[in-house]
Design a protein around this ligand. Structure first.
Ligand code: PEP
Length: 253
């Protein structure tokens, strides 16, 4: 059974007090308002992980994600954060391959494959982002680009491993731009991703993998986007910084 998932990506936003306020609002509102079958995830900056995790406590439907981790176990990598460190703070999910990391930090599909492996090794769940840039969409190459990202970063995984991955389709031209993919464009790519999963792993496995849409998703468009047969939820950037909007999106199925 595919999980319904709404994951926030706070990116490099929130000071200490803002983070605690936002997280406690999300936890309280999710408890009262979010349907029980929806998994709510807050993707918080590294520095806030310990305190946000403490605040989430035993909430049953709210989880904490990191936004990145390093490929190696430990060592001389000044400024970096390992998967084992994240696990030691009780992190549940790790967002990997976000387009901002691919663009600004030059993360490659091969490097991301290593990050996926180390996150799984430490028993956390990757939220793996794929998506094409505008020129690729305009050239009609979106399926090819996304297929290559899946092939090179995920398709070495075993059936048991791939079932633990949440895939987020985020057309790069829709991230933070206010320009959302139409619900038809989102569903079309989600169906393509599902078909690629079916041909690699078979339909039983493919039907256990949640595929989220990301890109200017907000309360006013979430319902329509989440209506797509292969759309299992959203990865939410800007709108995850306002607790009311974020929780409203968790109710948009
Ligand atoms: C994101 O960064 O993953 C994202 C989807 O951002 P936004 O919702 O702001 O477009």
């Amino acid at each position: 059974m595919r999980k319904k998932v709404v994951a926030g990506n706070w990116k490099m936003n929130t000071l200490k007090d803002d983070a605690l306020k936002l997280a406690s609002e999300v936890v309280n509102m999710a408890k009262d308002e979010t349907p029980a079958d929806v998994t709510v995830i807050m993707g918080v900056p590294f520095v806030h992980i310990g305190s946000v995790k403490a605040l989430v406590g035993g909430a049953s439907n709210v989880f904490v994600a990191a936004q990145n981790c390093h490929t190696e176990e430990s060592g001389a990598y000044t400024g970096e954060t390992s998967a084992a460190m994240l696990k030691s703070y009780g992190v549940d999910y790790v967002i990997l391959g976000h387009s901002e990391r691919r663009e600004y930090f030059k993360e490659t599909n091969a490097e991301l494959a290593k990050k996926v492996d180390i996150v799984l090794k430490h028993e956390m769940l990757p939220i793996f982002c794929v998506g094409e840039v505008l020129e690729e969409r305009e050239a009609g190459k979106q399926k090819e680009v996304v297929g290559q990202q899946l092939e090179e970063s995920l398709f070495h995984l075993s059936e048991e491993e791939i079932k633990k991955v949440v895939i987020a389709y985020e057309p790069v031209w829709a991230i933070g731009t206010g320009k959302t993919a139409s619900s038809a464009q989102a569903q079309e790519m989600h169906a393509d991703i599902r078909a690629m999963l079916v041909s690699k792993y078979g339909s039983d496995v493919a039907n256990e993998i949640s595929i989220l849409y990301g890109g200017s998703c907000k309360p006013s468009n979430a319902n329509e986007i989440f209506g797509g047969a292969d759309v299992d939820g959203g990865l939410i950037g800007g709108a995850s910084l306002a607790s009311r909007d974020f929780i409203d999106i968790t109710k948009s199925y």
